[in-house]
Design a protein around this ligand. Structure first.
Ligand SMILES: [Zn+2]
Length: 510
């Protein structure tokens, strides 16, 4: 089931993938919510020589509006666990949810309340479907508001359970303890003015938020707050829990506080070493299943971008990063298979995707279709370089009419068997790896059965505007399509720059 709905934040490690993907939501620069994810499973059975990259996908945009802050959990609705999200849109608190068993479409916004501000926090607590607990700043510097939706009783209704605290809250983060005698208690950290403050709320239907403690001054935005397991992964029988806070500093960078629990749960907070630089508006903090249970931070900047830091709990614990969470341009490639290639379609797709990721292009494969046109096997192509519409064979023209599901600037790559042809100025009979000539307005390429693993990427390079072959044989755009198939070819800075300007790419939505 879900990883840990008892910590709030806008990043989580979900049940998707084998290792569990990171899922992250944050305000878009223009409007709506930016949603991205990191695929934490490296490419399976990779035989080419390249370090594993855990690739971020997105950002995709959810909804509209002027979003101030977001909190997201994976709850226990559905089989996989739907994502549940609350956001502050201007001064209105709204709820969205994602159908994680189906097409992962987002539903909402559903209004919870008006009169709020800053970055909200959300957890799912209690038994059964439990309750959604939301704490958020009250507008005009009016302290904090605690809303609850009891998911075990119909009709599902959000209720204000308490208005508490005072001051101008820019963000807060909520947890439910699940350790020791205080299990069930709620705890909250919030940035009020420039102060980082901590509150407790004992378990019980009529209890109140109490024990306001100031941890320090000089902070801004929204903190991240979790209970972490310092003895290894969650589920370890000899648990050593710590409480961890990471919060943006007004002077830039991030501050890290931690606290060890004692029986009465009153031990004091320790301000650890500050880390990072940059002006951040919100922090999401989780404990992942990497290493011994690394701490992972997504730190959001004012311009809608974000940095990733992580803290490894090994022999020499330290904060690593930042790695910029990329804003990728998107290329949609439909695959149509007339003849299955000798490397699998999956291998071609993985190699191409990894190569383009490095230059800031996310290659997506919306559809894979098998074609049954025996008369086009083998396929004759015109061998004039850089040909236009006039230089296509009759076979190519016929093949390129197959454009099921293809729209807008989508590209099609056809896997075929190319006819053996005579290369100009060469006495050998040879087979070219692919061809990117295509009718105007129908960007397409063919890749032959015996092509190297880099042939699709090479032909896509042509479609993205590289018309001249590179003279160096370790380059993707070398005329025979890159180097040895086990060595990842390179893309020059100039080529990358040119490709990134292609009109076939979709700009990031945020
Ligand atoms: Zn070429």
């Amino acid at each position: 089931m879900s990883y840990s709905p008892k910590n709030s934040g806008a990043m989580l490690q979900s049940t998707h993938g084998i290792k569990g993907n990171f899922e992250l939501a944050m305000p878009c620069k223009k409007k709506g919510i930016a949603f991205c994810w990191r695929d934490n499973d490296p490419i399976a059975n990779k035989f080419w020589d390249a370090p594993d990259i855990l690739q971020w996908g997105g950002p995709y945009r959810i909804g509209e509006g002027k979003i101030e802050g977001v909190a997201m959990i994976q709850g226990n609705y559905g089989t996989k666990g739907n994502l549940e999200l609350v956001a502050v849109d201007k001064n209105t608190l709204v709820h969205y949810w994602r159908n994680d068993d189906g097409d992962k479409s987002w539903n909402g916004p559903y209004k919870i309340a008006d009169g709020v501000q800053g970055v909200p926090s959300l957890i799912q607590a209690g038994t059964g479907k439990g309750c959604f607990e939301v704490v958020v700043g009250k507008e005009k510097g009016g302290g904090l508001l605690h809303f609850r939706r009891d998911n075990n009783n119909r009709p599902l209704e959000w209720r204000l359970t308490e208005s508490f605290g005072s001051g101008d809250v820019s963000g807060c983060s909520l947890i439910q303890l699940d350790f020791g005698i205080r299990s069930g208690d709620l705890e909250l950290v919030a940035v009020e003015g420039k102060r980082l403050v901590h509150y407790r709320r004992p378990e019980g239907i009529n209890s109140r938020w109490e024990n306001r403690t100031v941890l320090g001054k000089g902070f801004t935005g929204a903190p991240g707050f979790i209970q972490a397991d310092s003895s290894g992964l969650i589920g370890n029988s000899r648990r050593k829990v710590t409480y961890e806070i990471v919060v943006p500093c007004i002077s830039g960078g991030l501050a890290h506080f931690s606290r060890k629990p004692n029986v009465a749960n009153t031990s004091s907070w320790v301000h650890n070493e500050d880390f990072g630089s940059g002006s951040y508006t919100a922090v999401s903090l989780i404990q992942s299943n990497f290493g011994n249970g690394n701490l992972e931070v997504a730190a959001v900047k004012e311009d809608g971008s974000a940095d990733h830091y992580w803290w490894s709990a090994d022999a020499q614990p330290k904060w690593n990063g930042p790695v910029i969470i990329p804003q990728l341009k998107r290329l949609r490639v439909h695959i149509k298979v007339l003849v299955a290639p000798s490397f699998s379609i999956q291998e071609h797709m993985d190699a191409t995707k990894e190569l383009f990721y490095k230059i800031g292009i996310s290659v997506e494969y919306p559809t894979i279709e098998e074609l049954d046109i025996p008369e086009l096997i083998p396929l004759a192509v015109s061998n004039q370089e850089y040909g236009s519409i006039r230089n296509m064979s009759e076979g190519q023209k016929l093949l390129y009419e197959n454009r099921n599901n293809v729209s807008g600037n989508d590209v099609v790559v056809y896997f075929v068997e190319l006819e053996t042809i005579h290369i100009d100025g060469d006495n050998d009979q040879s087979t070219i790896g692919g061809k990117a000539t295509h009718p105007i307005g129908k960007p397409s390429a063919v890749v032959t059965k015996y092509a190297t693993i880099w042939a699709m990427a090479h032909e896509l390079g042509h479609l993205l505007g590289i018309s001249k072959h590179n003279q160096s044989d370790d380059m993707l755009m070398f005329e025979s399509g890159g180097s040895l198939y086990t060595i990842t070819p390179l893309i020059s800075d100039d080529e990358a720059k040119k490709m990134l300007k292609s009109r076939l790419l979709e700009e990031p939505k945020c």
